[in-house]
Design a protein around this ligand. Structure first.
Ligand code: SF4
Length: 470
């Protein structure tokens, strides 16, 4: 049976989409391998959110051209966001690429791969001893970047590793927010949500197979179902509506055996009282919210088409913190957005210092083709972006360090995910607040919830020892 290799760039949604593709190929008897040199099918699931991600995938596929020369029977494909944005143009400069599949067609990949493998084999048999010239005899191409109604329901199955404790459930696709820097509405289309029952069915199935922590995924996850499903009356207060997202959280929360529930990423818009209240009511909802801020300047937020103000964001963080003790807040921030003056940047810096995030991803603004911000006239010099990036990272690292140090000497609940990537002799897991903990322990702890006494913290990880149960 053919072997496949799939490499994923970008976000957790891409990881989840790759897991679906892998499942569909394994279900047809294909074997997954860890390196491209062993593979008969090489797939790159791409990201377009930053120029660097595009360039990485293009560079990787370019290098694979050598492999294609030696083994022209191998199928090479681009999947995902960059495939969606660039379509058939990807075939022009990369003559070994056979397959380009967009974001609404992941469920068709296995069919296309099978077709390409079969066509290549027949072409090889036809040329026989005369030998083949890849360009003439083995060049096939399939491009499918169309829209497909109902595609949000097709990311629904995944293989699990032995004792895998955490899993993602994709509950919606696309985004209607049109932030001016973002290519996602173009690559992933308009918002479409899975049904509550299908999302819960997948979560229940994962828990029955041993998963203890589920993360619900969507580009604007808290706006799940707003076009498809009605809000219902909230408990106690007839004027208080419960959004479809909170209804879904409640339904997943009910699953016996589920220990932790997370979601990512929410938008500050639509993070209403019913969702804040869910943190007070639903104990399995883990104490972490990743809440993208993007800028602390109202002028820049407006130019980004982020329809909240810095003051509303701060107020939201305060209310979330009041709802659940010790909740961790992390964020995304862009520096060097077009028109960002020193004073705008200072407002971001000040806000970040004030909120004291547990951690933050800081990005330099990178213009994306076909987005309004790329056309704005007042682009910022790269050296200024780099300076602001470094400066803001110092502020973020300081608050992340403090958040870690507060836990030294305390016992934290850790869900053990497996060996640490940096030191496989140790184990790693995450706290309920999503902090990485590295600790000593035997293989029997993988997939289990363990109390760990924290002995040391650096900016990004905690180090500790399991607490002996008496
Ligand atoms: S909310 Fe904005 S940044 Fe997030 S995916 Fe949608 S358009 Fe992009």
């Amino acid at each position: 049976m053919p072997k496949f290799f799939i490499k994923t760039y970008g976000c957790q949604m891409n990881e989840r989409d790759s897991a679906q593709v892998a499942h569909s190929l394994i279900a047809r008897g294909y074997e997954r391998v860890e390196t491209e040199v062993e593979a008969d099918v090489v797939l790159l699931n791409t990201c377009s959110v930053r120029d660097m991600a595009d360039q990485k995938a293009l560079g990787k596929m370019g290098m694979l051209g050598h492999m294609a020369k030696d083994r022209p029977e191998v199928v090479f494909g681009f999947l995902g966001c960059m495939a969606q944005a660039r379509g058939a143009s990807l075939l022009k400069n990369l003559s070994h690429v056979d397959l380009v599949v967009g974001t609404q067609k992941f469920h068709r990949v296995a069919d296309y791969v099978e077709e390409l493998v079969a066509r290549k084999h027949s072409a090889m048999a036809a040329v026989g001893d005369r030998g083949y010239n890849r360009m003439d005899d083995l060049r096939f191409s399939i491009v499918d970047v169309g829209e497909e109604a109902g595609s949000q329901e097709t990311i629904r199955e995944q293989q699990l590793a032995p004792r895998q404790a955490t899993a993602f459930v994709s509950i919606m696709q696309g985004c209607n927010m049109h932030c001016t820097f973002c290519i996602v509405p173009r690559t992933r289309g308009a918002e479409r949500s899975r049904s509550i029952s299908e999302s819960v069915r997948e979560a229940r199935d994962l828990v029955a197979r041993g998963v203890k922590e589920i993360t619900l995924l969507g580009q604007i996850v808290n706006l799940y179902g707003r076009h498809e499903f009605p809000a219902v009356a909230g408990v106690g207060d007839p004027g208080h509506k419960k959004s479809p997202f909170v209804q879904l959280l409640e339904a997943v929360h009910e699953i016996d055996g589920l220990e932790r529930l997370r979601f990512t990423s929410p938008h500050p818009i639509g993070f209403r009282d019913d969702l804040i209240d869910a943190f007070a009511r639903l104990p399995k909802l883990a104490e972490h919210v990743h809440l993208p801020l993007q800028s602390g300047s109202n002028k820049i937020l407006k130019a980004m088409h982020r329809t909240y103000t810095a003051e509303k964001y701060v107020n939201l963080v305060d209310r979330i913190r009041q709802a659940r003790d010790g909740i961790a807040i992390t964020t995304d921030i862009i520096v060097g957005f077009p028109g960002e003056t020193e004073s705008d940047y200072e407002q971001t810096r000040e806000l970040v210092g004030q909120i004291q995030f547990d951690n933050a991803f800081v990005f330099r603004y990178s213009p994306r083709r076909d987005t309004p911000a790329a056309e704005m006239s007042d682009q910022i010099d790269e050296s200024v972006k780099a300076e602001r990036n470094q400066d803001l990272l110092r502020v973020v690292n300081e608050s992340a360090r403090r958040a870690g140090e507060r836990l030294v000497g305390r016992d934290v609940e850790v869900l053990c995910e497996g060996p640490s990537k940096t030191n496989p002799a140790r184990l790693m897991g995450r706290t309920r607040t999503n902090k990485i903990v590295v600790f000593e322990g035997g293989d029997e702890l993988v997939g289990e919830i363990v109390d760990v006494r924290v002995q040391q913290a650096n900016g990004f990880s905690l180090y500790g020892t399991p607490v002996m149960q008496t």
